[in-house]
Design a protein around this ligand. Sequence first.
Ligand code: 6GU
Length: 227
Amino acid sequence: MRIDIITVSPELIRSPFEHSIVKRAIDKGLTEVYFHNLHEYGLGNYRQIDDTQFGGGAGMVMMIEPIDACISKLQAERTYDEIIYMTPDAKTLNQSTANTLSLQENLIILTGHYKGVDQRVRDKFITKEISIGDYVLSGGELAAAVLCDSIIRLIPGVLGDETSALTDSFQDNLLSPPVYTRPSEYKGLKVPEVLLSGNFPKIDTWRSEKAMERTQQIRPDLLDEPL
Ligand code: 6GU
């Protein structure tokens, strides 16, 4: 998979790609990630990328020309499956979207700043808009890093143990059951007996029950969602 991220601050988004599982995926050649600094496509001597909004009001709007220049250059080189715009005014990212996107070959992710982008960018180029939750971030960069992490870890071969992504919270619309490690007793706090029993069918049943209990308590809304 190839991901091209268009941003006004590449330095803000680079670090999550230089660590841990995402870094390993890149090192193994399972994914390629490129950062494009929108200022390089800016207008005039000042490399302008935004302007005041028509109709008045506070906040700058990102202009269509630099974004068109960057996206068109990329599209001339390959075909993209999705051109994604990160914005709080969109459907919220969930595991199902991450699963679907992890199967794609080429993605562009555009991150917004200020008041967002000129609506014509969304009308003309964007095929999918994604928010990461009902709160406002200063820019789409952190949201894009979150999206990329959720996608990249699902690419086959990225996680050492192929089954581990499948048992993640949300993969079956359930929260994860509690987990424990050594010591089996700490200051009187005991690990549930069943986990020490070696009876694996019983352990599976216990984990399913706990996952269901937790979901009913904390996120009952998940139980109504389609898988
Ligand atoms: Cl994608 N962008 C911004 N700026 N804020 C957000 C978001 C995205 N998702 C949630 N909040």
